[in-house]
Design a protein around this ligand. Structure first.
Ligand SMILES: N[C@@H](CCC(=O)N[C@@H](CS)C(=O)NCC(=O)O)C(=O)O
Length: 215
């Protein structure tokens, strides 16, 4: 369905951390949007219409009021945050924001989200036992790096909450579902609470919990 009514349309799934990032920023910025929520195994992200928005067939996709569509959560964050305090103007602070966005995509998502998916969403950890062991090693390294970064600062990139924090938040906050112990990373745990207390914060699941979670 096109963004005919001139508002943002977020194509997401209920348990997607990547889509949660976008919903968080839309809410922080007070931007009205419509949600189209997919049950990923149903295959509706593989239709020609969806693939025209994102050839990878993944959520999130954001339809803009102009009718154009963007995929890749961090690119969407950059676009929405342009000209707001969530993305500093060109310079070293903006480069630091980018640094932590790339860190999230290149280093953090796979081990944190992979373990969470197989343990807490698919609930078939035995199928990925070897990978989960590898993810836990890599993910604990990531959490250690974040903990060191946050030892003497409140936010990842600058002295305020930016899209660097919004991007890293979901899969770090949900990492205990994947068997990670945030008690080992007190600076990360305090940052998770801090990001959660930002005005406009929304939970992953906003409606009452259904009996059976869909992906
Ligand atoms: N790098 C992408 C990853 C997107 C992604 O992996 N989306 C998942 C949900 S969190 C998805 O749609 N998976 C379904 C599939 O791979 O078919 C982003 O940050 O947006």
């Amino acid at each position: 369905m096109p963004a005919a009514d001139g508002v943002y349309v977020l194509h997401d799934s209920r348990l997607s951390g990547n889509a949660w990032k976008v919903r968080l920023l839309l809410s922080h910025l007070g931007l009205p949007f419509r949600r189209v929520t997919y049950v990923l195994p149903e295959g509706k992200t593989r239709t020609p219409e969806f693939l025209a928005w994102n050839p990878l067939g993944k959520v999130p996709v954001l339809e803009l009021p102009t009718g154009e569509a963007l995929f890749e959560s961090c690119a969407i964050l950059c676009h929405l945050a342009e000209g707001t305090p969530f993305l500093p103007p060109p310079g070293i602070d903006r480069a630091r924001v980018m640094q932590w966005l790339f860190f999230e995509q290149a280093e953090a998502v796979k081990p944190l989200a992979g373990a969470r998916f197989w343990i807490a969403v698919a609930r078939r950890p035995e199928e990925k036992a070897a990978e989960i062991a590898e993810w836990h090693a890599a993910g604990n390294r990531v959490l250690g790096i974040l903990d060191a970064r946050l030892a003497a600062r409140e936010f990842l990139a600058t002295d305020r909450c930016t899209i660097a924090d919004i991007a890293n938040f979901p899969y770090v906050a949900m990492s205990p579902e994947g068997g990670y112990d945030l008690g080992r990373y007190p600076n990360v745990a305090a940052w998770v609470d801090r990001v959660r207390r930002q005005p406009g914060h929304v939970p992953l699941i906003e409606e009452p919990t259904a009996a059976k979670e869909s992906v």
